[in-house]
Design a binder for this molecule. Structure first.
Ligand code: GLN
Length: 234
């Protein structure tokens, strides 16, 4: 063989894709950016577009799910008309790890202030979320978060982009607070935006008020992929 390694006829076990499969709800929002961040965090991202994509138990087809930002009113209308609300609620109740950013955080909340009349939610996290909390006039607000739970310290803060974002008004029992906005930093804060809860975790459910998928920092996705991997091992 003149010193060359013979080519294997069948893929070696190591070539089989061991990455967790994480669905990205692809009705609206930053689907591509979340998929790229998931790939960078070592997961396989798949688009979830219909109730058929959800017809399985946690771990069969999907090991986890991301609910991106967008407009929670539009997303709940689409989820209802595509018959996806019940299957999603069922998967979350059965323990599927899920991560919601911005509108996704609103959808995962047990209670929502400022909801539209008749708006439906998935629920799951024992918290009260206020929609458009940063003020309708503040379309976009950015801040460098220091949040050790998200791997962000003073030297490596997490750039958080809030777009007509909610915040967590009240976190119930068992809800871990992962990040709050900084109080009184000149030049960045709108009225009353300091000290607000903007990232939480409850068991296999994670939510952020901001959009970590923009800007190429995948620390939040690393954490979620870690949660998904831990749930797979159980
Ligand atoms: N304001 C939006 C809502 O209520 C959320 C905005 C976002 O996801 N960027 O659904």
């Amino acid at each position: 063989m003149s010193g060359r390694t013979p080519r294997a006829l069948f893929p070696a076990p190591s070539a089989i894709d061991q990455r967790p499969t994480i669905g990205v709800l692809a009705l609206q929002g930053d689907v591509r950016e979340h998929s790229l961040a998931l790939a960078a965090a070592g997961a396989r991202a798949v688009a979830v577009r219909s109730a058929r994509d959800l017809r399985s138990r946690p771990g069969e087809r999907l090991d986890g799910l991301i609910i991106p930002g967008g407009e929670s009113t539009t997303m709940s209308t689409l989820l209802a008309s595509f018959g996806m609300l019940q299957p999603l609620r069922g998967l979350i109740a059965a323990g599927l790890p899920a991560y919601g950013s911005c509108a996704g955080m609103i959808l995962l909340a047990d209670r929502v202030e400022g909801a539209e009349e008749g708006q439906s939610f998935l629920g799951g996290i024992r918290m009260t979320v206020r929609r458009n909390a940063f003020g309708r006039q503040v379309d976009s607000y950015e801040e460098d978060l220091v949040a050790p739970a998200l791997g962000a310290d003073e030297d490596h803060p997490l750039r958080a982009v809030f777009i007509r974002a909610p915040w967590v008004e009240e976190a119930g029992p068992g809800v871990e607070i992962l990040a709050t906005t900084r109080a009184g930093r000149a030049g960045t804060e709108g009225p009353g935006t300091g000290g607000r809860i903007v990232a939480v975790r409850q068991g296999p459910l994670l939510a952020t008020a901001f959009h970590p998928e923009v800007g190429g920092d995948h620390r939040v996705h690393d954490i979620f992929v870690g949660m998904v991997a831990a749930a797979r091992r159980r």
